[in-house]
Design a protein around this ligand. Structure first.
Ligand code: PXL
Length: 279
């Protein structure tokens, strides 16, 4: 009998360059043999004359996409990415309550690599109050973690650990703070309310990391869909994204995409060093 793949939904923006947003998410789901679906919240692409770069979808269109995917396929995991406005965040919080899965990854996307503003300032409170408490895991980078903690400066690994503990108090089951912007190896910190786990991978020296955060959180969602624990899913996802970054490329000189197929194509997984401490 044919085995049916597990199912994952991304609720995020469309990044027409294909490196980030829903395009990155669906490519990532596919790499894990997870059936990918999308709810597009906005279309990102800068018009050469008007300069307009965010083209939001209506609330009705967002709800329509969600319920179509739910009725047609159903969900084993969901990730959220670019949500842009307070109204969309409030809508998505309601939809998640109606999703029949607890495997929810919230990537609190705020700005893109090319400095596009992907979340309005007045949406931060709604994100904190309505969305973060629904998450199995949230995946802020250092910049996003700092904003969620009222602009707290985050400069060291100890600052990241403290941030993960304090963000946990906002309600998600787990917090993954990504320390990619620290000097030295690529260190992320995972906190589940009891144990602080530090995950370390080698730093890959490249500017071509467009969509790395999107792809990382999508890989976590794909592995939650497949029944992995959060700790296992994060470890698998970090290896996946490290390999994808180590084979990233650029066609134009502009910060290019990570290579989603790299781990499969080259059979090259990165060993992640994992250290745990009870808090
Ligand atoms: O990488 C962050 C990101 C997320 N989502 C969308 C984007 C970007 C970056 O450009 O366009 C839709």
């Amino acid at each position: 009998m044919m085995t049916k793949p597990k199912r994952a939904l991304t609720i995020a923006g469309s990044a027409s360059g294909g490196s980030a947003g829903i395009q990155a998410d669906i490519k990532t789901f596919q790499e894990f043999d997870v059936y990918g679906m999308s709810v597009v919240t906005a279309i990102v692409g800068r018009h050469p004359i008007t300069g307009k770069n965010v083209h939001p979808m209506t609330i009705e269109a967002i709800e329509a996409q969600f319920y179509t995917a739910k009725e047609q396929i159903g969900f084993d995991a969901i990730k959220t990415g670019m949500l842009f406005s307070k109204e969309v965040i409030e809508t998505v919080a309601k939809l998640l309550a109606d999703a029949d899965t607890e495997h929810i990854v919230v990537d609190p996307v705020m700005v893109g690599k090319l400095k596009s503003k992907l979340l309005k300032d007045d949406a931060i409170e709604a994100l904190k109050e309505k969305l973060l408490p629904r998450a199995a895991v949230i995946t802020p980078n250092m910049y996003e973690a700092s904003i969620l903690l009222d602009d707290r400066p985050l400069d060291t690994l100890d600052d990241l650990k403290r941030a993960a503990i304090d963000l946990h108090a906002l309600g998600p089951s787990c917090v993954l703070v990504k320390g990619g912007r620290l000097d030295g190896p690529a260190v992320d910190v995972l906190y589940d309310g009891e144990t602080l786990t530090t995950l370390t991978a080698p730093r890959i020296d490249t500017k071509n990391t467009s969509g790395a955060g999107c792809s990382y959180s999508a890989a976590i969602a794909a592995n939650l869909a497949k029944g992995k624990t959060i700790q296992e899913a994060v470890q698998i996802a970090k290896s996946f994204i490290t390999t994808a970054i180590s084979h990233s490329f650029t066609y134009t000189g502009i910060a290019g995409p990570t290579y989603h197929a790299a781990e499969r194509k080259y059979g090259e997984a990165h060993a992640i060093k994992v250290e745990a401490e009870k808090i």
